[in-house]
Ligand binder design. Sequence first.
Ligand code: ADP
Ligand code: ZN
Length: 669
Amino acid sequence: MTTPHAKPNTNKAQKTVRVLLPLPVGSGYDYIVPPDLSIKIGSFVSVPFGKKEVLGIVWAEGSGEVPASKLKALNRPLDLEPLPEVTRAFVDWVAGYTLTPPGSILKMVLGGQLRPLKDKDKLDFPQPDPALLTGNLTEEQTRAAEALCADVQEAAYAVTLLDGVTGSGKTEVYAQALAQCFRQGRQALLLLPEIAMTAALLGRLEKHFGAPPTLWHSGLTEKQRRLNWHAIKQGKAKFILGARSALFLPYADLGLIVVDEEHEGAYKQEEGVIYHGRDMAVVRAHLGKIPLILASATPSLETHHNVKQGKYKHLILHSRFGAAKMPQIELVDLRAEKMSAQTFISQPLFDALEKALAAKQQAMLFLNRRGYAPLTLCRACGNRLQCPSCTAWLIEHKKTSRLHCHQCGYSTKIPSACPVCNAEDKFAACGPGIERIAEEVAARLPTARAAIMASDTLDSAKGAAELVEQMDNHAIDILIGTQIMAKGYHFPRLTLVGVIDADLGLAGGDPRAAERTFQLLQQVAGRSGRAEDEGTVFLQTTQPDHPVMQALAKGQRDAFMQTEMRERQAFHLPPFARLASLTISGADRTQVVVAAQKIAAAAPQTERMRILGPAPAPYAILRGKTRYRLTIQAARNVNLSAAVAAWLAPLSLPRTLKVQVDIDPYSFL
Ligand code: ADP
Ligand code: ZN
């Protein structure tokens, strides 16, 4: 029997654990585990933090960095199953790769703020029934589906590129893999680049499986978030359809990931935790030892390279399903067209529009520019209206009758007099935005029923669904829009696509400009002629000889990719090299410049890394903050995350500055 006066042995008796908090600080803190509590790695616990009590996850044994006598005890475990090991490993991996505090990744795992279930909450989610998926696949589709299903059955890491022209039935094929996953009782995740797209696909998937997928994106209500998160964690939601953030959820038993439109730039998150959804999906599949399907009609060069290297499998669907043929693509040489400064639809495109309308078919006009005009200038003095806090022109929007900055959201009334020379009513709109195209359509084709589709004209996924319905019911003749209408939609009566400015994406210093322009225009073109009626596409360009335009017109995707690949190799660009970028920003310009130079001076001296800059970013000022950029080009075998971390760690920089690290940058602005 022990005496009541025996002193507890603080060294041995007090078990400590490291608890990770969903906050952008450190990599967790040690806490004492009260002897009466049963705690596992992964347990959800409540801990004292400062004056508050916060939720955290038991991440590891105590680090022992702080003596136990100085530690606080954790309060209590929550009534939740521990966070799965694969989820924890994923958090650590992404944190290390993106140079982000693991707590910031954990926050995504918890879906933001963790919301405990309420007593009345029910998690009886309708289950997808794989037996309902009939699927009368073509021979080629069947072969692809069988290969994918075999991978799902194998339940091991495997990445497959499902490569097929728009309308070839990629969705139908990966649906078979989803069904196989459900037959095995496991969860499947389908990732889409944009939420606006979900509406189009949702009904189709629900029909296939007799139950709607469980959604995960930023537009959910509080309650939906809470229910869906818990259902996913408990394994009660089997089919999850989500935006990139869905990748981080704590799946009970994830058996398959599908990344649709894998080439999409929208998979890259550019704020907060900077990561590429597709690339992190590969990591998640690897850690979870599960198959991953990357679907696209225009695969990224990165994925293409991985196929060539034998890292990914390649399944090809060569032709459109059924009677649908690939559309005819015509180039309209804008240099040869005599158009007034107020006209943006060339005669050949206009004639085709009239013809399509007469034949009771639908048309789409594409211009990747919101608003009425991208630039407003004073005809008296030449002054261009610019955002007061950004290096960006103000963009006139008819919808609001105001000028808007697309960078910071600033908006102002259109002044009647020029703020520089005071001339009255001398403003001229330069160039077109989609609203101006709509105006031209209204003037030249007054009986046509036209509608605009852009991110600022649709307030919600519901708005998109309504437009889609109007297209389906043929209540719209001409749909005029930006890239948000380029993807996923299937409008059987749409036979004509006109691209107002095909050159738009080619300008600027982005190494992926040509690839992206090709992908986007190919995608837009793919909206045309998806049923029996043959489709036509008009690309208005001032560079008809550009390799991108030629490849599109001749349907030579693979040749274009090969040329592009050689250029990337010659210039040591991805996928043959690695890039990272550092953006230094702050309100004090001098401080920014000095810090950027200091960072550059401390750069590691190695032949395998080359530092470009510092130089002012293309958006040299955003929201009043000066921005400088450094780009790091490194050999493929350099661990760039580790190199940048080691480079920046010893530097002390003013706290008023922000240094944003972007590993594998896709934006160079
Ligand atoms: P993708 O995803 O490659 O663009 P989809 O899967 O959307 O192609 O297919 C295009 C259209 O063809 C859709 O309307 C789809 O329902 C139809 N389709 C494709 N394959 C089949 C099939 N085997 N049986 C019936 N319809 C199919
Ligand atoms: Zn601005």
